[in-house]
Design a protein around this ligand. Sequence first.
Ligand SMILES: NC(=O)c1ccc[n+]([C@@H]2O[C@H](COP(=O)([O-])OP(=O)(O)OC[C@H]3O[C@@H](n4cnc5c(N)ncnc54)[C@H](O)[C@@H]3O)[C@@H](O)[C@H]2O)c1
Length: 302
Amino acid sequence: MTRFGIVGGGLMGHGIAVALAVAGHHVVVYDADCATLASLDERVVRALGRCEMPPDDAGPVAARITAARTLSDMVVGVDAVLEAVPERLDVKQRVLEALEAIIPAMLPVWSNTSVLSLTEVAKGMRHPQRLVGVHWWNPPYVIPLVEVAPGAETDRRFVREACELLNGMGKTTVRLHRDVPGFIGNRLQFALVREALHLLEQEVCDPVTIDTVMRASLGLRWSAVGPMENADFIGLDLTRSILESLAPHLSSAVTFPALEKPLDAGHRGRASGGGLLTWPPGRGEEVARRLENGIRRNLVEP
Ligand SMILES: NC(=O)c1ccc[n+]([C@@H]2O[C@H](COP(=O)([O-])OP(=O)(O)OC[C@H]3O[C@@H](n4cnc5c(N)ncnc54)[C@H](O)[C@@H]3O)[C@@H](O)[C@H]2O)c1
């Protein structure tokens, strides 16, 4: 059993705390925002409810997650720390600097960055060899995958130990050979999002149609057979000839008018009530439920 400190108790921080606590670990969470910290217990209980854990089991799990009022309180007695603060290089670097001032030299430090370079995140660290990219997927207590990657200076021992711990709690870990922004999953995901926006910009279809295509075809296929296995399955010669025909037509854009237009009009998506789609009251909760239930239904052996 291990004791973790988590800096940042927002969406991912509290979800990762739940995943760790379900596996028997103790977790201390610190957040700079008092209201976020105050709502930690309630959010943990809600997450455990969504795990459909019987109350007799959920109680002890929730009791393993506690809130710390300061960063110094959070690090007392921990075996590893994880940062889940916002995806901004300056914020992460400042947090790591503050952490390193109060933790032992060789304590493992995990970063939940999604798309920042770990090597950049580690710049300014006194002991960059202990920083490991440990990228969870939301909800972390449901999605099996955790991507684990080194920065340029990371000691592979820390990478190995992170994988062992995560595998021991039933996670599916993949280990990247080197640091690339976006790990593997977000690179694949956002290559697809870029192409979807391109189709909107080319007036090929509307956003609802894109989601229908994904949910009724690729979303189903890829939960059973990954794109590499599928390339072999259909044949590499066919895969090559499809790509040779299609690749010149695919987007390589680095600006995204299909996003700029709604954003300029103040439409940020769910939070503002409108974005690519409309978000009447209640739709956000319905989507959150559908997301978790759908993922659970699709869970397959790796
Ligand atoms: N949202 C996702 O689906 C997802 C998935 C995987 C990884 N991530 C990554 O996880 C990290 C956190 O994302 P999130 O979605 O949980 O964001 P979030 O905004 O929900 O949570 C971040 C929390 O950090 C707190 N915070 C900010 N500065 C702080 C500081 N100096 N010290 C302590 N706490 C501080 C904020 O108050 C907030 O509660 C990001 O790096 C993000 O890219 C997000």
